[in-house]
Write a new protein. Structure first.
Lengths: 251, 158, 397
């Protein structure tokens, strides 16, 4: 077999590999037993930024909000499984009617990417975490499916996967027995940085009409910071002091 | 203590290798199909055989927590070559001829990667992978052009 | 009281005794099979959903965990507070505490979305999570009580059983505080977000644990033909009455506090008047059958010393316990989050509406299986170890 050739070639090389690994400050007891490898520098997440969204409720029609939801579904591959209360919804259309005036509007509601996320506080394994750049995620490798984060979230932003899934998309691994929520299109953010456009924003922003801003809340020159200065924004459940990264204009 | 452990492990791997070459019973030794799209893997075959799980385990935290999506040790990268979107017929992890399933069935190692991850390369919907040349792909092409010795130097120097 | 208390294994060979053991073993197996089904199919086979994320298994699990802490009552009373009359029951008290906790934890574990990742829960700790604290509190409780039990049973070590008893008492109070705080710390939900849940859970633990303890004691004594004197029954009856009165008091304060603030009126209306099943469960089962009736049984002179009355009260307390935990856990989630105060809300994700929840047979079987496993464990311990006193005759003094 071709294996034989590989073996002959690699035998001296294996020792070199080990020596190389030791130089990498790895703890290797034996080939195949690598306990710890030093983390190389150059990770993407920049702790100096804080990503956020500004959603302009005045600019969004009911159809626009529907478009946000479908764009998110296409992007991440979630969908109605059987139309029941067990379906995942990363972003949902909420219809609000002012009790006093009867005024009605539609909002997309998703994970609010809090600065002090209760879901992160309560998670027993630390699977629910906030990235250095402010994006709140579930690390599905360590999520045990206890759902305590869903109990703790004030925005009902999280879903539990109730069934076996097939044909997940490469950018959005998701599977039975773990919790998930809006990732702020983190795969786009990691690729495009400040130029990233989350799928929901992409679906509704048009030339000359910006309905959803994405950007760095820490950068006073970013489009979102300028828009926030100009319009102001309402944070959902601001009374809880969680400082969400998502703001709403016109609420 | 540590040297004893090393000796023990080497003995074990020796026994395992001996078993492989003599062929216990009639079980066919897996020989997963190598992709034709690249001359070589991101690491030497022997290194991949032994270390792929560590590469993937290490890399998964880098991606999920640190947002490093250009790694050449990415599961998506494995699938893009070893079970590409264009493969006909479509092979799933449940099929015995799936690139990962073949050896994992042979060694009796159960993995749950594909309960969540795509078990084949898929072109993304929408515009999520707009560039045709993501970082890992460029990296792989560069590696392909290297000799084995160069690649090992590269692994060490990283 | 006799100078030396003698203990003995259960020796019953009666078909009734073995029948009960077999039934419990069968139920435990069926519960395990149900959990396996849930694990393979996913939680869509349960009644739980994205609104009511914790369901019937959690009602059973928290009942057992809370009762486990309370089951240690009599051991604490004898070791820590020097009540010699309870000393013969201290061993069983400790055994039952461990068994109930194991049963409750088994349910919680098997209900996880990824029960196969138990090792992750054991190796990744987020020390800000009350849930993670509880993992440590529960394992620590089992360890401490096992040591405590050994110190009580080993004649040479009995001197050390008091400090162990004090440690166990403190530990279990912290543990139940932790369990109540799983809910009490949920600031976003109107049903929770209150410190009173911690002491409420502690007093609930006293009553639920004692009720289970008395029932199992009665069962084992009866099948083994051991003597249970009226004086002991009477003591347990009064103790149970005291604990039930405690529950009633804390529930009263809980609802009065909520009723005082206008913002909580919708929630109180939901539980007290408009909640359908929840309202019915609250008034009829929790308050009526679970509190008032047992109170009557425990304090009316007519039932003094009646074992039958005590066991009836215990059963009622347990029925009330399930109703109460169902309302706290499921009712608390069914009531919608108030994300947009002042607005009428409508969405595809059940915003602004009372969530539906109908438990499925799998959840019920898992819950019952856990209870059965706990009871089986306790009864088997009684069979192989000299845990129970040979009899509790009338006291000589």
């Amino acid at each position: 077999m071709a294996n034989e050739l590989d073996k002959i070639e690699v035998k001296p090389a294996r020792r070199q590999f080990l020596r190389g690994a030791a130089a990498l400050a790895s703890v290797a007891l034996a080939p195949g037993l690598l306990l710890y490898q030093a983390r190389p520098a150059g990770a993407n997440v920049d702790s100096g930024v804080r990503w956020g969204l500004l959603i302009d409720a005045n600019a969004l029609s009911e159809d626009d909000v529907d478009a946000c939801v479908s764009a998110c579904q296409r992007e991440h591959g979630w969908r109605a499984e059987d139309g029941s209360a067990t379906d995942a919804q990363w972003v949902r259309k909420v219809k609000l009617r002012d009790r006093a005036s009867g005024h009605t509007r539609f909002l997309p509601v998703m994970c609010q990417h809090c600065e002090h996320p209760p879901c992160v506080d309560v998670c027993p394994t630390g699977a629910s975490f906030k990235r250095a750049d402010g994006i709140v995620l579930v690390n599905k490798h360590t999520c045990i499916g206890c759902r305590y984060c869903m109990m703790a979230c004030p925005y009902k932003a999280r879903s539990f996967i109730h069934e076996v899934l097939k044909d997940q998309l490469p950018v959005a691994p998701r599977g039975k027995g773990t919790v998930e929520s809006c990732t702020l299109c983190v795969h786009r953010v990691d690729r495009d940085g400040a130029d990233a456009v989350p799928a929901c924003a992409e679906a509704v922003n048009r030339a000359g009409r910006q309905a959803i801003w994405f950007g760095d809340l820490n950068d006073p020159a970013s489009g979102i910071s300028q828009a926030l200065r100009e319009f102001g924004a309402t944070r959902l459940r601001a009374d809880m002091g969680l400082n969400p990264g998502v703001g709403y204009r016109g609420l | 203590m540590r040297s004893w452990l090393l000796v023990l492990l080497f003995c074990c791997s020796g026994i395992a290798t001996a078993g492989e070459s003599s062929g216990f019973g009639q079980i066919a030794i897996p020989s997963p199909v190598k992709p034709t799209t690249a001359d070589s893997c991101v690491e030497p075959v022997e290194v991949m055989r032994r270390e792929h799980m560590h590469f993937l385990l290490h890399q998964r935290d880098e991606t999920v927590i640190d947002g490093d999506r250009g790694s050449r040790h990415s599961l998506t990268g494995c699938m893009d070559c070893h079970n590409p979107a264009t493969a006909e017929p479509v092979v799933r992890y449940e099929d015995p001829e799936h690139f990962c399933a073949e050896c994992h069935a042979y060694t009796g190692v159960k993995i749950d990667c594909f309960e969540c991850h795509a078990d084949r390369g898929l072109e993304q919907t929408g515009q999520s992978r707009r560039d045709d040349q993501p970082a890992w792909r460029a990296e792989r092409n560069r590696l392909t052009a290297m000799s084995l010795q160069q690649r090992l130097e590269h692994s060490r120097g990283e | 009281m006799a100078a030396t208390q003698r203990y003995a294994e259960i020796r019953s060979r009666s078909p009734g005794y073995w029948g009960v053991l077999l039934l419990l073993a069968g139920l435990a197996l069926v519960g395990f099979a149900a959990a396996h089904h849930m694990d393979v199919e996913g939680h869509h086979v349960t009644g739980m959903n994205n609104q009511v994320v914790w369901g019937l298994p959690h009602v059973f699990a928290i009942f057992l965990i809370v009762a486990a802490s309370g089951a240690l009552n009599l051991a604490s009373l004898s070791s820590v507070f020097g009540r010699a009359a309870y000393k013969p029951l201290a061993r069983f008290s400790a055994v039952l505490a461990v068994a109930l906790l194991v049963g409750g934890l088994a349910i919680l574990l098997l209900d996880l979305g990824r029960p196969d990742r138990l090792i992750v829960a054991m190796t990744h700790y987020n020390f800000k999570s009350i849930f993670a604290w509880n993992i440590l509190l529960y394992s620590g409780f089992i360890g401490i009580v096992v040591v405590y039990l050994w110190l009580m049973m080993e004649r040479r070590m009995q001197a050390f059983s008091k400090p162990a008893g004090v440690a166990a008492l403190i530990w279990r109070l912290v543990l139940t505080t932790g369990t109540g705080s799983i809910f009490g710390f949920l600031v976003a939900r109107e049903a929770y977000d209150t410190a009173i849940l911690a002491p409420l859970f502690i007093v609930m633990s006293f009553a639920f644990g004692l009720a289970l303890f008395a029932l199992l004691l009665g069962f084992s004594f009866r099948f083994d033909g051991r003597e249970l004197d009226q004086s002991h029954v009477e003591r347990l009856r009064r103790l149970l009455g005291l604990f039930v009165a405690g529950i009633f008091y804390f529930v009263l304060v809980f609802h009065l506090t909520k009723l005082y603030g206008t913002q909580n009126h919708p929630f109180e209306r939901f539980i007290l008047t408009d909640g359908g099943t929840y309202t019915l469960l609250f008034w009829l089962v929790q308050i009526g059958l679970g509190n008032l009736l047992p109170l009557a049984i425990c304090f009316m002179p007519a039932f003094a010393g009646s074992a039958r009355a005590l066991f009836a009260a215990c059963l009622l307390v347990i029925a009330g316990a399930f109703a109460q935990l169902y309302i706290i856990i499921i009712g608390g989630q069914a009531f919608p989050l108030n994300i947009f105060p002042g607005y009428e809300v409508e969405s595809s994700f059940f915003d602004g509406v009372i969530a539906d929840y109908a438990p499925s047979i799998w959840e019920l079987l898992l819950g019952l299986g856990g209870v059965a496993a706990a009871l089986l464990l306790a009864l088997l311990a009684l069979r192989v170890l000299p845990i129970l006193p040979e009899g509790l005759p009338a006291e000589s003094d």
